[in-house]
Design a protein around this ligand. Structure first.
Ligand code: LLP
Length: 425
């Protein structure tokens, strides 16, 4: 099987598309996120093709990667955007996304965020509670407009993923239970400021099988049928995101397999489809490149101390997530048993481990490592913890590359701090 991205070796050196990684790091330093234009576009196209028959609205989930260049290139390829805040609304508009392709999901939308979205004229709000529906109605009336909304249903299905990223079980804070949703459809059909035009289901992230999606659609479908029975105009089904990718040895469904499993149900329901993929599009399209600062031995263990930490890529520390790590240069064999390392960052936390017990050959200071599968929830979850500067980001397209986010400077660290002289002399 073709490895699902455009990072590969040429004579021992790691390339992104046709550009050696070392050429980029020589110019911009490390740590740096590097993305492949081709992988991004190909992944979007795979989904577009698999569901072509339904001509779905595919809204890339901005939370997975909010870089303006990446948003713009996906929008140019026909994607819409899935946002979760006023900040992401701003980014989506900055990236040139037509408001008619923006959907807004969040369990806690503020009046300000709702109003800005109404002003922009976004396509749909994914509503997560009755008071939120009332708030959207009130604000839409004030603007003398009609907001299209979808009710987010919590179908209570097991997504078989990390418990932090499972969102469709009954104990989670997300969505509305089917019974309440049907009640809301009946009770609120006449609200003057909103039109409940569909339902939304997002049951979690990094889901590798189709079955949980099928179960979710079946439960959501029941709400649609009951709602339609008393006249609710439910035209849309938003299936959320969640498609899993390969980090290690997962065998995720392909978009074709996914489509094959869900299309018959969608046809039966006669709905228009919206999807909100994040990870599937950008996960394997990005790597984090970091440099080895020191090799250190302690109690018989070997550590590669690198210049990227949990502030740059939080997933291993937060979810125990596995990311493949490979040297960007030629791998040199180590003497028996000596080439295994814990790859650790410089941060003062024991959780600051990017990878454990990895065979990386003989490593030394100055060598660079690529952390694979870092395109989704990498840069968006980065922070300034420990006074660290968030990394630069680079996009590669064929033989060309460009910086798409400058590395922060120390001045950025204090940009918003205020020392109030009336309180502190
Ligand atoms: N739609 C909604 C309503 C969501 O909450 C999410 C992700 C998505 C779409 C996109 O899901 P995706 O296709 O990327 O799986 N930080 C975690 C993932 C959190 C996902 C949150 N919601 C991680 O690094 O694994």
């Amino acid at each position: 099987m073709r490895y699902p991205h455009d990072f590969h070796r040429v004579n021992g050196a790691l390339y992104c598309e046709q550009v050696p990684i070392a050429r980029i790091t020589a110019a911009v330093g490390t740590p740096v996120y590097i993305y492949s234009h081709r992988t991004l576009v190909e992944h979007l196209q795979k989904l577009q093709q698999a569901f072509a028959i339904l001509r779905p609205l595919i809204c890339f989930s901005v939370k997975a990667n909010g870089n303006l260049a990446i948003l713009r290139l996906l929008v140019q390829q026909g994607a819409g955007l899935d946002i979760v805040s006023g900040g992401e609304l701003y980014k989506a508009l900055q990236a040139g996304c037509p408001p008619s392709r923006i959907v807004f999901a969040s369990v806690g939308k503020s009046d300000e965020e709702i109003d800005a979205s109404l002003a922009a004229g976004i396509f749909c709000f994914n509503v997560e509670s009755e008071p939120e529906l009332e708030a959207i109605n009130r604000l839409a009336r004030r603007r003398k407009t009609l907001a299209r909304v979808a009710l987010r249903i919590n179908p209570d299905v097991e997504a078989h993923t990390h418990h932090y990223i499972a969102t469709g079980k009954k104990e989670s804070k997300f969505g509305i239970d089917p019974k309440t949703a049907v009640k809301m459809l009946r009770r609120h059909a006449q609200l003057p400021g909103v039109r409940i035009a569909g339902i939304h289901l997002h049951i979690g992230s990094q889901i590798t099988q189709a079955k949980p999606f099928v179960q979710a659609i079946q439960r959501g479908g029941e709400v649609i049928r009951q709602g339609r029975a008393f006249g609710a105009p439910l035209e849309y089904l938003n299936l959320g995101g969640g498609l899993g990718i390969i980090y290690k040895d997962e065998q995720p469904q392909t978009p074709q397999q996914f489509a094959k499993a869900v299309l018959p149900l969608l046809h039966q329901l006669q709905v228009r489809l919206i999807l909100e993929p994040g990870r599937f599009i950008v996960g394997n399209a990005g790597v984090l490149v970091t440099e080895v600062l020191y090799i250190k031995q302690a109690y018989g263990k070997q550590f590669a101390v690198v210049d990227a930490g949990m502030n740059d890529l939080l997933r291993p520390a937060l979810y125990g997530a596995y990311h493949e790590v490979i040297p960007t240069g030629r791998v040199t064999a180590a003497r028996n048993g000596q080439g295994r390392y814990d790859v650790v960052g410089p941060i003062c936390e024991s959780a600051d481990v990017l990878a454990r017990d990895r065979a990386l050959g003989r490593l030394g200071s100055g060598q660079q490592l690529a952390v694979l599968g870092a395109g989704a929830y990498g840069s968006t979850m980065a922070s300034n913890y420990n006074g660290r500067l968030r990394p630069a980001e680079v996009l590669v397209r064929g033989t060309r590359w460009a910086i798409i986010r400058r590395r922060e400077t120390v001045a950025d660290l204090v940009r918003h701090d205020v020392v109030p002289h009336q309180l502190i002399r």
